[in-house]
Design a protein around this ligand. Structure first.
Ligand code: UDP
Length: 364
């Protein structure tokens, strides 16, 4: 046993755990089957722009400790996520707020907006569709939620739990900030700086797949920290958990400013992608944007996740929630393994929760 911990996966959970363990004097080896470290927060520099290769990652949190912790490795900028929705050729502000209601109906007061929505004040929670209609009404549901959600998740809104939508604020004030959190930003210079800071001085190996040589890897450390898909750890013995995946179509364009904002959601069902990301807006503001002559965009196409495809989102419908609980029971019996992060816990975590959980997991 050469190491105290073998950490399988170098994303935010693995890297934060490794940092903390190292601080506690533990000896860690971090392995990742990909050719790079950082998991899905990985950035690549294209045309001098930090590209979020695995989709937009905006750090937001209410947890001061987590915020100070990540800022101790890299300073975060003043980015505030204010995406737009494109629907039938027109643009609307997200999340749902007085600007959206004004753009949709020309209403200027919260009272008029509520009236247009036909809000009943009765929250219905049986499924995502009912919940959505009960919070924003039929018209906004059909324009901005139904098509987007059904292509994102590959199933009817009636078969999805409402909690997916609880991520999205609805406000009766003029405020386009997508998040309600106290702290928000993007690391200046990209997420790799954060990962490199966390993993400084830690032994790492890329192109190293735990499952290619499981017995050997298990013998190198006293304990394992596993951050891969929960069902894969158990060789899918209870069945496959369902995940959603995404394909990114990246393009360099010879213009300084393509869409004027980091994220535009395409909410209609018949547009095959869910959103277009223009990466420079995460780190360039005001005049800086147009001083940089080129831009990089990514179209995001949701897709099913079969074997061999990268899992991104757990599908928390009834069947998968039950199955995930059964796997969690198995995981609890693995005394030498810590399961952490979105994939290993099968939870739709944001980055701050992942960091928080890794910081709270005790080293033994
Ligand atoms: N959503 C929607 N319309 C939008 C944006 C989001 O219906 O324009 C719904 C959709 O179901 C999505 C969920 O809200 O899966 C959560 O959105 P979020 O932006 O948090 O998703 P993420 O960035 O994690 O993909």
């Amino acid at each position: 046993m050469m190491f105290d911990y073998l950490i399988v996966g170098s994303g935010l959970y693995g890297a934060t755990f490794a940092y903390k363990a190292r601080q506690a004097g533990k000896n860690c080896l971090v392995i990742d089957r990909r050719s790079y470290l950082g998991g899905n927060v990985r950035c690549e520099t294209v045309e001098g722009i930090n590209v979020h290769c695995h989709g937009p990652h905006i750090f937001h949190t209410d947890n001061r400790k987590v915020w100070d912790f990540v800022n101790s490795f890299v300073e975060f900028n003043r980015f505030i996520h204010s995406p737009l929705a494109s629907y039938q050729g027109r643009l609307y502000n997200l999340p749902f707020n007085m600007n959206t209601f004004y753009q949709m109906w020309g209403v200027t007061t919260p009272e008029e907006a509520r009236k247009r929505m036909g809000k009943t004040c009765r929250l219905s929670d049986t499924n995502l569709e009912e919940y959505a209609i009960s919070i924003v009404g039929q018209e906004l549901y059909e324009a901005f939620i139904k098509g987007y959600t059904e292509k994102q998740w590959g199933r009817s809104c009636r078969e999805l739990p409402s909690k997916i939508l609880r991520r999205l604020p609805v406000r009766f004030v003029y405020d386009n900030n997508y998040y309600n959190n106290r702290y928000q930003g993007i690391p200046i210079g990209g997420y790799n700086k954060l990962i490199n800071g966390l993993l400084k001085g830690v032994e790492t190996r890329t192109n190293a797949d735990f499952f290619d040589n499981r017995h050997e890897w298990e013998s190198v450390a006293k304990q394992i920290v596993y951050t891969g898909p929960l069902d894969q750890f158990f060789d899918y013995k209870l069945g496959h958990l369902e995940w959603r995946s995404v394909t990114f179509e990246q393009e360099v364009l010879p213009v300084p400013n393509y869409q004027g904002v980091a994220v535009v959601n395409y909410t209609e069902r018949n547009v095959p992608y869910t959103r277009i990301i223009e990466h420079k807006h995460f780190e360039m503001f005001g005049d800086e944007v147009e001083q940089h002559p080129t831009t990089v965009i990514s179209r995001e196409y949701p897709k099913a996740c079969r074997l061999g495809v990268e899992p991104y989102y757990p599908v928390n419908d009834q069947r998968n929630s039950v199955l995930a609980d059964q796997y969690r029971n198995l995981a609890a019996q693995e005394k030498n393994v810590i399961f952490g992060g979105r994939l290993a816990e099968y939870k739709y975590y944001d980055m701050d929760t992942v960091v928080e959980k890794a910081l709270l997991t005790p080293n033994s």
